[in-house]
Design a protein around this ligand. Structure first.
Ligand code: AHR
Length: 499
């Protein structure tokens, strides 16, 4: 069967916010230490950051980077990570049972991010701490000078303010595992008062309230309604987190994970709009999907009961071709909600459930999931267009019937370029795609069609075989009349660029 869709510039979803292609660096496992930062590595710069990793981050092309957690932030004292490195304390990080030497802190991290043109998204600790620590951190980072904390930053060698605009009001405070776990009312009140104080320090900042840790939480829905009941007027975003994995060999459902992401986003939009209705507000709150990815919980059962260690190997998931197709489909889901999702961060950047892997003192390489992210971040710009797919369907145990092909198109109005991102979730059959191009002033041609697929759906990239799985340019796609046609191999991620 053929998958049919219509691409029309009038079917606008919304402008794609570049912040949709964010990433996440947590002080967890080897994301920071021996991930982005390793002073003894042969490629390290004078600040101790790995040059090989920096190169891959540039190629990956994220726009935003969330930091420093994650569960880590709920026990973090940011003051431990500033000033002379030799004087910084070694602490127990309770979230990941790790020893935190604080070699990397706010200034090192923000300097690294600036060097790579990444916009920082800082999280404050609303687990063990509150208003004071949060407003102090904003003052330390963003106030120009002439106050105790801004002058302290200057004394620490950072003359210009960091100008951090985007801030998370804590992390996953609905989760019983979180240090300082709270009820929705407790969190909502604290988030509101913290938001007000932080904004009094710097009115230009944007704030993200914590939504649920995932949509299976027993408090999901109520948590968002209560938290936004308190914070609606003071925040710019509500957060969502979701991780997907194949369970019990049910690959068909795993491949349809975007159906869950779509429903999750729609539910949070409905809840935010319900709060708006109660307040007679026309404001449409935006969403920050600030943790999303494939994560095989089942492969790493005992992570929370480890021996104390510095930079242990935590959840260093190795991703397959199948995982890359799922990551691609999750990117399609995010783009399909470009009207409401304004920020999204794939979790995490290096080693910890990450597109980039490293060995201490050794190589850095791209996982299979690196490619869909890099291609979408580079090409899916402009306006997201609604592309409803009509065609063959697949039955899944978890989500019922879904289309075999899922797709979204972006239209860059400046260059005229169209990018069609598509997955074929059928594990057994290639699918023909036919897209009617309607309402465009000029004719298009196919610039390139790249495919990530493999005869072995479990194929992975490793340190020894880093290029086992890469996207390949294929021929055959074309435009006849005003219809784009292409062949999407079984279980594949596809990028079709038209100009
Ligand atoms: O990204 C890994 C962890 O997943 C984060 O620390 C936490 O916020 C989430 O549960």
């Amino acid at each position: 069967g053929t998958a049919h869709l219509v691409v029309d510039p009038d079917f606008r979803i919304g402008a794609v916010d570049p912040r949709l292609f964010g990433t996440f660096v947590e002080h967890m496992g080897r994301c920071v230490y021996t991930g982005i930062h390793e002073p003894d590595h042969p490629t390290a710069d004078r600040h101790g950051f790995r040059g090989d990793v920096a190169g891959l981050v540039r190629e990956l092309g994220p726009t935003v980077v969330r930091y420093p957690g994650g569960n880590f932030v709920s026990g973090y004292r940011w003051e431990d990570g500033v000033g002379p490195v030799a004087d910084r304390p070694r602490r127990l990080d309770l979230a990941w049972r790790s020893i935190e030497p604080n070699t990397v802190g706010v200034n090192e991290f923000l300097g690294w991010a600036r060097g790579l043109d990444l916009e920082p998204m800082m999280a404050v600790n609303l687990g063990t701490r509150g208003i004071d620590a949060a407003r102090d951190l904003v003052e330390y980072c963003n106030h120009p000078g002439g106050t105790a904390l801004s002058d302290l930053r200057i004394a620490h060698g950072v003359k210009e303010p960091h100008g951090v605009r985007l801030w998370c009001l804590g992390n996953e405070l609905d989760g019983p595992w979180q240090i300082g776990h709270k009820t929705a009312d407790e969190y909502g009140r604290l988030a509101l008062e913290t938001a007000k104080a932080m904004r009094q320090v710097d009115p230009s900042i944007e704030l993200v309230a914590c939504g649920s840790s995932n949509s299976r939480m027993p408090t999901f829905g109520c948590w968002e309604a209560t938290v936004l009941g308190h914070t609606f007027d003071e925040v710019d975003y509500i957060s969502l987190h979701a991780y997907y994995e194949e369970v019990g060999g049910d690959r068909a459902s795993f491949l349809a994970s975007a159906a869950d992401m779509d429903a999750f986003i729609d539910a949070v939009v409905a809840t935010a709009d319900h709060v708006a209705a109660r307040r007679r507000s026309r404001r449409r709150l935006r969403l920050s999907f600030d943790e999303w990815n494939v994560w095989y919980y089942s492969r790493f059962p005992g992570e929370r009961h480890l021996e104390w260690a510095h930079a242990p190997r935590l959840i260093e998931d190795t991703y397959s071709v199948t995982d890359a197709v799922v990551v691609g489909s999750l990117l399609i889901s995010l783009l399909r909600h470009a009207d409401r999702v304004g920020v999204a961060c794939q979790a995490q950047l290096v080693n910890v459930i990450a597109p980039i892997r490293t060995e201490p003192g050794g190589a850095a390489w791209r996982q299979t999931t690196f490619y869909p992210f890099a291609q979408a971040a580079r090409h899916a710009r402009g306006t997201a267009l609604r592309t409803e797919v009509r065609g063959p369907r697949l039955e899944t145990a978890k989500y019922g019937g879904v289309t075999a092909v899922d797709a979204v198109t972006t239209h860059d109005e400046d260059t005229g370029e169209l990018t069609l991102l598509a997955v074929n979730r059928d594990q057994n059959a290639p699918r023909r795609l036919e897209a009617a191009l309607r309402g465009f002033p000029a004719a298009y041609r196919v610039v390139e069609h790249t495919v990530l697929a493999d005869p072995d759906p479990d194929a992975v990239n490793t340190a020894d075989h880093p290029d086992r799985v890469v996207p390949r340019r294929v021929t055959g796609a074309g435009i006849t009349g005003a219809t784009l046609h292409a062949e999407l191999p079984a279980l594949s991620w596809n990028v079709l660029r038209l100009a």
